[in-house]
Ligand binder design. Sequence first.
Ligand SMILES: NC(=O)c1ccc[n+]([C@@H]2O[C@H](COP(=O)([O-])OP(=O)(O)OC[C@H]3O[C@@H](n4cnc5c(N)ncnc54)[C@H](OP(=O)(O)O)[C@@H]3O)[C@@H](O)[C@H]2O)c1
Length: 368
Amino acid sequence: MPYQHRTGLSPDCRKSLLIQESRPPPLTKPEKCKPNKEEKNPELQHSTQGEVVCVTGASGSIGSWVVKLLLARGYTVHGTVRNLKDEKETKHLEALEGAGSRLRLFQIDLLDYDSLAAAINGCAGVFHLASPCSVDQVHDPQKELLDPAIKGTLNVLTAAKGLGVKRVVVTSSISSMWPCPNWPADKIRTEDCWTDIEYCKQNELWYPISKTLAEKAAWEFSKEKGLDVVVVNPGTVMGPNIPPNLNASMVMLLRLLQGCTETYQDFFIGSVHFKDVALAHILVYENTSVTGRHMCVEALSHYGDFVAKVAELYPEYNIPSLPRDTQPGLLRAKNGGKKLMDLGLEFIPMEQIIRDAVESLKSKGFIS
Ligand SMILES: NC(=O)c1ccc[n+]([C@@H]2O[C@H](COP(=O)([O-])OP(=O)(O)OC[C@H]3O[C@@H](n4cnc5c(N)ncnc54)[C@H](OP(=O)(O)O)[C@@H]3O)[C@@H](O)[C@H]2O)c1
């Protein structure tokens, strides 16, 4: 998730970073994990009652959804936050159904191995989501993005291996697949596509570099040490935001509704709903036969398509008119997430993603 344009964001677009709501809305009963599809999938019928798993970055927007669905499926969850004393990191997690008896929170830093090992100890599986995402200019890319992403991933995997974890799901990104200007122009992007690091260095695209190098480090570790690793590569994730803070992709939508004209040329290749990303994590964890990377987008699309749909659904906002083709070289395709679709995931369409995300921004008071 992408959300730092290589030319930097315009001042208007920088407004509203790290906006906090004053009052978290009441959480409704957690939805079930699409039970119809799971029933069709024999490997999802194994009992999860009592199985303990760790979710790093539990406090974040995607992490909260992963915790919510894991609790709904009967798991016991060790969730990591950066500051246990900060209610903005903990309260929304403690309010989730099942949290009272099956959620334990741990304070960690990605560069502090011992803190991670304490959270992972006793877990059968790990979902590694914690990683910094920045929409603003990064002053010190090594310290702010690369070290926590790469060393953090290696710390998590080392602890997992040492503590006998069975499987680790690593949350990578489409930012480890895009930008990749040398991909054949007539070929739809697949999991074979890797971000071009040299292009990113030339254009100071530090977030894609951090996600690409972290994912590559994970694959290398898995091969060398024999740890079972599987990867989810989400596109731009939006929908009902559980924590009080917005993540970078929800900030991106908020800025669009405020008139921001960024095209996210090197970052966007499709949107996806929070719930589907959380489901994808659980699907690849529970289906022990699946391997490799999993592109997680409702479709391969241009940011211009997304913006046009927002404008159509919400004409009352000041949505800029952008060209349709904002991602040069990206072929549109309905089945970018085919590997996950083959596992039974039916992606929520872009229109519903937008509606859920905009209504979430409204209900939390970010827009009126
Ligand atoms: N949002 C997207 O569209 C998108 C798309 C593809 C992939 N992803 C990936 O999905 C994951 C979650 O992203 P998100 O959108 O949910 O963002 P988020 O809401 O900002 O969550 C990031 C999480 O990582 C934690 N974290 C960051 N740096 C850390 C550090 N040094 N030590 C410990 N914890 C740290 C954060 O803790 P604090 O709350 O304390 O900061 C937070 O819990 C990330 O790996 C991201 O790269 C996101």
